[in-house]
Design a protein. Structure first.
Length: 513
């Protein structure tokens, strides 16, 4: 992560000023900020490189930016670094450390001491991550000065606050406002295109956001009314040796109740969970955040966190514990490595950074199709971590074409299933064959894995685990000693829209009040 930041930031602090023009003259002083952003002409002499003449024996201001310092202290130190002579390598490292430190704390924008600090780094690598609608695609010439910020806090006035340019591509402004528990404060950044037109775009560095009709909307802080989304830019899977971003749903009041802790639901195919504007999203989404907000508001579930793990080009490998034949090729079998990523890499990070209830009794895993397969595999292999396991339209016959053990086979071999007291959710659409039969491991994927789901349910029941017998629409879905819940939605297709319509059921099972 730090190496990647340094590579990106190597272009940020290179002075692009013509000879005889000081950095201070690029823009008038910003007098509206809580941190002094005035620029002394003595800080940058005409025609003089920022690092020239630096005394090697003097401790550089830039080295004061550390991972341990507070975000506001680091911000003030970084400005001092960028406005005064220092070796270029130290300036690059200071910006990298500043962003890494903020992202490991409460994220951007920085809030505290009666001010909100907005930071923008102009970079195609970062802009392209968050601009998810065609009209906001990052292109050369679409991020021209001035860079401004507008939102609920200034009545969306595009001229109120201009971000000051401290280096070639580093911009910032500190404004004297303080969010409350009732102020979500959505906002966007505004630049100019080559024709001088305003170009609105989401803040690429903002941690908190929601989706609206126009795409991603950055927010300053969450409020007490509804949940928000957050993201972690990069998490490394050590054994898979891949990096991926993580999107989270945080419930209402998370930012305003600092002592409260929450149960957690880990979900696969995270790029399809919240909105069709997400990168790599399917044409429809589950809208898990909207379902969660509605169920919490109605009092049918406790407030909880969702950790959305996006898929990648190795989805067939990561979501399957054994190999099978698919479209004429043998694929799959990296499920154990993916499970280890969640348990050993991701969950410790989430528990360390967020206020979670970390025990198994407060931790669930859920997915659809092959995401259901890997969820049940994770639950089988890691009962000490996950009490609640869910699979929607799960492809439980994976492995059968090559004679490898399916998930029902693997569960049938476990003698202690009933004593684990895990709770299982299974569902499907589709239905049986036309003659009413349901052959084991039959080719029923086109029927939404109805028969395979029944096979898994039967395997659990054979182990002595009881099934909930009634309609799940009641508020309470987990009576004592009932640890399987199965739902069939006749003829429902294998789609995000179908899973969205059924999503409230596992939530009520996992997070009953």
């Amino acid at each position: 992560m730090r190496t990647h930041l340094r590579l990106l930031l190597s272009i940020l602090v290179i002075s692009t000023l013509p000879t005889g023009l000081s950095r201070c003259s690029t823009q008038p002083p910003d007098t509206s900020v809580g941190v002094d952003s005035s620029c002394d002409e003595g800080d940058a002499q005409p025609g003089r490189d920022a690092g020239a003449g630096h005394d090697a024996g003097e401790t550089s201001r830039c080295r004061g930016v550390t991972l341990q310092a507070s975000d506001l202290d680091n911000y003030a130190t970084l400005l001092d670094c960028l406005r005064n002579p220092a070796p270029e390598a130290e300036r690059i490292e200071a910006v990298s450390t500043f962003i890494t430190a903020v992202e490991s704390h409460d994220g951007l924008p920085i809030v505290g001491q009666g001010q909100v600090v907005f930071v923008y780094v102009r970079s195609a690598d970062w802009d392209g991550l968050d601009d998810t609608t065609p009209g906001e695609a990052f292109e050369p010439g679409r991020r021209n000065l001035p860079i401004r910020v507008a939102g609920d806090f200034n009545s969306w006035n595009v001229e109120s606050w201009v971000l000051r340019q401290e280096a070639a591509n580093f911009f910032h402004v500190s404004v004297p406002i303080s969010p409350t528990s009732a102020t979500r404060w959505g906002y966007k950044l505004i630049a100019k295109d080559e024709a001088g037109n305003d170009v609105w775009f989401s803040d690429p560095l903002s941690r908190r956001f929601v989706f609206d009709a126009s795409g991603r909307l950055s927010i300053v802080r969450g409020d007490d009314d509804q949940g928000q989304l957050e993201w972690i830019r990069s998490v490394h899977a050590r054994r898979l040796n891949v990096d991926r971003s993580i999107t989270l749903y945080l419930p209402r009041g998370y930012d305003t109740n600092p002592s409260k802790r929450y149960p957690v639901l880990y979900m696969h195919d995270g790029n399809n969970l919240f909105d069709a504007h997400q990168p790599r999203s399917a044409s429809e989404s589950w809208e898990v955040d909207e379902t969660a907000n509605a169920e919490i508001e109605a009092g049918r579930v406790r407030e909880f966190i969702v950790v959305g793990i996006p898929n990648n080009d190795n989805r067939l490998g990561e979501y399957t514990p054994v190999a099978d034949e698919y479209e004429g090729s043998t694929v799959g079998g990296d499920g154990e490595l993916y499970a280890d990523f969640i348990v050993s890499d991701l969950k410790p990070l989430i528990d360390g950074r967020y206020r979670t209830l970390a025990g198994p009794e407060s931790t669930a895993v859920l997915g659809s199709s092959l995401g259901g397969v890997i969820s049940f595999f994770i639950g089988l292999e890691h009962p000490q971590t996950f009490k609640y396991i869910g699979g929607m339209s799960s492809t439980f016959d994976w492995g059968s074409a090559l004679g490898n053990p399916t998930l029902p086979d693997q569960y049938a071999e476990m003698p202690d299933l009933a004593s684990r007291r895990q709770v299982y959710y299974l569902d499907s659409g589709g239905g049986p064959e036309q003659d009413g039969t349901c052959p084991s491991d039959g080719p029923n994927d086109g029927r939404d894995n109805y028969c395979e789901t029944l096979e898994m349910k039967g395997t659990l029941e054979a182990a002595g685990i009881s099934t909930y017998p009634l309609d799940p629409n009641a508020d309470r879905l987990q009576p004592d000693d009932i640890d399987i819940y199965h739902w069939w939605q006749p003829n429902a297709p294998h789609s995000e829209a179908s899973w969205r319509a059924r999503m409230f059921r596992p939530l009520r099972l996992f997070f009953r009040p």
